[in-house]
Design a protein around this ligand. Structure first.
Ligand code: HPA
Length: 274
């Protein structure tokens, strides 16, 4: 069992449960942002434990289920609960998750995450659409033998964040009067939060937000040809930019505060795209 065969086996298990239902959009929901999955209609929920090769997340705020169904008419497959490199989860697991979405028929992948803001004027509760990233994690999920049946050895990342999806997301936010920032996401390994000196350095490098997830999934998704969009819920000002201490509990609290607008934004986007 590996990252080539597991997605096929997981897809077979999922098909046993959902018949010929074919999701068009994959969703991966971040810390404290899983509530969007509750809006999926005609839902079928499958625990990760039932899916060959799927990882079991250990972080509070992450419940490992794959949920299929309709979000405002759009057939979706949603990974509720993600895994992070800092849990010691191998990058192969991230390949299995994302490639299963691809094999199920998804054409796009929309991800949410919790992130710290490097801009003091963009505080907790804000939403930021990611326009580009800096991979500051000391790894890449595509390291190792290339899995040719999913994608080529070398892939370009100039257009990692799909321009059409970004246009649709901006228009949706505007129609709902939801302020939506745009920025560059810096992916760090964690699990320690950053030092103020690191945040100062990341700012100089061009980052607007920082977090411990997403970029591995984006890389795997682009490798297998999924279109990608990412929306971050800003849960705190990054280290050194505020008096407030950064904690996981605070992250979950502020993600929950942002989750209402996040849910409205993504459900309305699904309505618009379906
Ligand atoms: N740093 C890294 N990851 C995060 C942060 C942060 O400040 N906030 C939420 N996730």
């Amino acid at each position: 069992m590996n990252e080539v065969s597991c997605p096929k086996q997981a897809t077979a298990v999922i098909h046993d449960k959902i018949g010929d239902f074919k999701p068009k959009v994959g969703l991966i929901l971040g810390s404290g942002l899983g509530g969007l999955a509750d809006h999926i209609e005609d839902a079928t929920s499958i625990p990760f434990a039932d899916l060959p090769g799927f990882p079991l997340s250990s972080v509070s705020g992450h419940v490992g289920h794959l949920v299929t169904g309709y979000l405002k008419g759009m057939p979706v497959a949603c990974l509720r609960g993600r895994v992070h490199s800092y849990e010691g989860v191998k990058p192969e697991k991230i390949k299995i998750l994302v490639r299963t979405l691809k094999l199920l028929g998804c054409e796009s992948l929309i991800l949410t995450n919790a992130a710290g803001s490097l801009d003091p004027s963009i505080g907790p509760g804000s939403l930021m659409m990611i326009t580009d990233h800096i991979n500051f994690q000391p790894s890449n999920p595509l390291i190792g033998q290339n899995d040719d049946e999913y994608g080529p050895r070398f892939i370009g990342m100039e257009d990692a964040y799909d321009v059409d999806l970004r246009t649709q997301i901006l228009a949706t936010a505007k129609s709902l009067n939801i302020p939506l920032e745009r920025g560059v996401y810096m992916a760090v390994l964690g699990p320690s939060f950053e030092t103020p000196a690191e945040i100062k350095a990341f700012s100089l490098l061009g980052a607007n937000a920082v977090g411990m997830s997403t970029v591995p999934e984006v890389i795997v998704a682009r490798h297998c040809g999924l279109k990608v969009a990412v929306i971050s819920a800003i849960t705190n000002l990054a280290a050194g930019l505020s008096e407030e201490k950064i904690t996981h509990e605070g992250t979950l609290y502020h993600a929950q505060q942002a989750s209402h607008s996040m849910t409205r934004l993504i459900t309305t986007l699904m309505e618009r795209l379906s």
